[in-house]
Design a protein. Structure first.
Length: 430
């Protein structure tokens, strides 16, 4: 039998850890031939498809061989990249990122399923927010699972979906394809983070021996969508705090969408943001880390300050310590898992409380949240340390069943309108 050929799309390389262990297992398994590709993207606030070189640099740094798509480019359609993927003739294409408007049009999911099977592993590690049902004409407000978690085009067209939340598995049952292709194995990202924590590698980008603070702001700034982000509210106070406390090192770890969202949504003007970033960069005790391993960064820090969402759950899993959770008034309700993560944190409501907790942590250490962190661990992993192995075996089973490889998905048979194409949602701007 020829090896099963699996292509991994490296569009959202910032969360490659959702796919890395799957890739590493396959790379050592003669049953598989894994291939990684770096590719352009257009994130919120970006005017063109770009940043392939950032993905390339990331994979180079990780010593992961990869094929570079569209390094020259010929417009947004990117037909050359589609041709490259077709020539590779993958049996499966692994994806960690479902928002298809950020992909170049020619390599979106409807084209890929014409010659391969899609396998989806979410880039996020936990379902943290209980989002209201936004189905037009009704739907149950406050339902357990947001529709974008199981009704996007990728969800409709995937041959295999691997979820880290039992409620998401159940939600798929309500769709026209049901949930027979969806598997609740937990999160390879969480397992990967724990492995890194056990190995104990740590990296801090500021020289010296100051008290180490990571500031990790989210990109949501509106009651219409999540509403966790407080960067625009506290950025000047954080700048003043850094100036007044040169013995405290602060590394800003922005969400990948932060800068684009701030300007694209007119929260800040380009000039305001540029001026603030310049002032931040000039201080000797501040740094912006956008591309490094955040597990290594988190292991090196004394205190993590975040307004949510993923890091609120991931940091205690990596470090065994609570976050300082700057809780924005009016943020969307947390899920049961999100509440466990929040309970494992130190909550603050304003900047004065934040200052107090940072100083207190420097003097006395963080408060003990070990019981709460253990509850979070128990809830986040149905098969601790085994999720990637289970995914690999499920792929092999899907390809080598008694009737041979599973058939390609026939997109013409899917009649439901995908989440992102429902009227009133954000348009595709190609």
């Amino acid at each position: 039998m020829e090896p099963i050929k699996v292509v991994f799309l490296g569009l959202y390389f910032e969360s490659w850890d959702a796919l890395d262990e799957i890739y590493q297992i396959m790379a050592k398994d003669p049953r598989f031939e894994p291939i990684v590709v770096s590719m352009p993207r257009k994130l919120t606030g970006q005017l063109a498809y770009a940043q392939e070189e950032k993905a390339h640099a990331f994979f180079e740094n990780q010593d992961i061989p990869h094929i570079r798509l569209n390094t020259g480019g010929s417009g947004s359609q990117n037909l050359e990249s589609l041709a490259v993927l077709k020539d590779l003739a993958p049996d499966y294409v692994f994806v960690n990122y479902p928002w298809q408007r950020n992909y170049q049009p020619a390599v979106r999911f409807d084209h890929l399923v014409e010659f391969s099977r899609l396998a989806y592993v979410p880039y996020f590690s936990l379902v943290m927010v209980d989002e209201p049902d936004d189905e037009p004409g009704g739907g149950q407000v406050g339902s357990l699972v947001a529709t974008h978690l199981y009704k996007q085009r990728l969800h409709q067209l995937a041959s295999l979906v691997f979820t880290q939340d039992k409620n998401v598995l159940d939600a798929y049952a309500s769709t026209e394809r049901g949930n027979s292709y969806v598997h609740f194995f937990g999160s390879p990202k969480i397992d990967n983070l724990r492995i890194q924590a056990q190995e104990g590698s740590a990296s801090w980008p500021i020289a010296g021996d100051g008290f180490r603070v990571v500031w990790a702001p989210h990109h949501s700034y509106s009651p219409h969508w999540l509403n966790f982000g407080v960067f625009s509210k506290i950025k000047d106070q954080m700048l003043d705090f850094a100036k007044q406390n040169p013995d405290i090192d602060i590394v800003l770890r922005p969400h990948p969408f932060l800068w684009g969202t701030l300007t694209d949504r007119n929260v800040l003007s380009v000039e305001e943001l540029t001026s603030w970033k310049s002032a931040w960069d000039q201080l000797p005790n501040t740094f912006v880390d956008e591309d490094g391993s955040y597990a290594e960064l988190f292991l090196a820090t004394d205190v993590l300050v975040t307004d949510g969402i993923s890091f609120l759950g991931e940091y205690p899993l990596i470090s065994g310590k609570p976050t300082i959770f700057f809780e924005n008034e009016g943020h969307w309700q947390l899920t049961a898992t999100g509440e466990l993560a929040a309970d494992a944190s130190v909550r603050v409501k304003n900047f004065a409380e934040l200052e107090k907790e940072v100083f207190n942590s420097r003097t006395n250490g963080l408060p003990d949240r070990s019981k709460e962190i253990n509850k979070l661990i128990e809830a986040s992993s149905p098969y601790p340390g085994e999720s990637a192995k289970k995914i690999v075996e499920k792929v092999f089973e899907d390809f080598t069943g008694p009737n041979g490889p599973s058939p390609l998905i026939d997109k013409s048979k899917i009649k439901e309108v995908p989440w992102e194409l429902v009227a009133g949602r954000e348009p595709f701007l190609d």
